[in-house]
Design a protein around this ligand. Sequence first.
Ligand SMILES: *[C@@H]1O[C@H](CO)[C@@H](O)[C@H](O)[C@H]1NC(C)=O
Length: 282
Amino acid sequence: MLKRGLRIALVQLAVGMDKKKNIEAAVEQIHKAKYNGAQLVALPEFFNAPYGTKYFNEYAESVPDGESSRALRRAAIDAGVCVVGGTLPERSGDDLYNTCTVWDNCGNLIAQHRKVHLFDIDIPGKITFKESDVLSAGDHITTFEYLGVKIGLGICYDLRFFEMAQVMSKEGCSVLIYPGAFNMTTGPRHWELLGRARANDLQLWVALVSPARDTEADYVAWGHTMLIDPWGSVVNELDEKPGLLCADIDLRMVEEVRSQIPVRSQRRTDIYDTISHHDDES
Ligand SMILES: *[C@@H]1O[C@H](CO)[C@@H](O)[C@H](O)[C@H]1NC(C)=O
């Protein structure tokens, strides 16, 4: 075990149409991760359901009493790890959200992030995809602490918004975790680039967690779950197949980079700054 760090596992899960099977597969991987020494296990976006606006309603469930939440809570307790539950379609009253739940090793729900930026595109004659037809957007930036490590959460498209990551960094995060499912166009172009950009600009660890690629699915995910260090280097990466990435996050590297390249203390916040409007609520 690292003195100043955390051993994490990122699960590139094969997700199919059968919710029960998806949940079982996730739980199995959580135990496998524990066996590999992980203290925190992160699942991909939509770990329990196929991705696509037409599926959100059918697969949605409440947090924390839905079957997926209950299974994650149980797995966190049984394996004795923190579970970052990728995302699931959450039903809350009449609204649906794309939601990440985080369970500590005692089964407490310690964070719940609802995707802040909904992905809406409409390119005439090409592609229309509007999450906002079905989903509501979250209004909060979410961070949590586990074993003394401050961690920030974003979901897929949230990764593109630097300011959100910067707020999490300002709140003291050393690690950002993004469950996400980029597609076969944006994946090769931007998945790694954006992850490395966030890591490099903010000098922290970034974990990107994708479902495995299923070429038969409506939505074909890029895969390439990866861990990026505060120097901006990819230290570990999966290909497109189902897999489990286990790695040590060394927090000393955060301090090392920040002391060697002191952009954090040399920012000219007298001429520019990023502020959070949620400071008063946290
Ligand atoms: C993936 O998403 C991009 C950005 O919205 C879109 O332009 C592209 O057509 C999509 N690619 C595939 C293969 O669906």
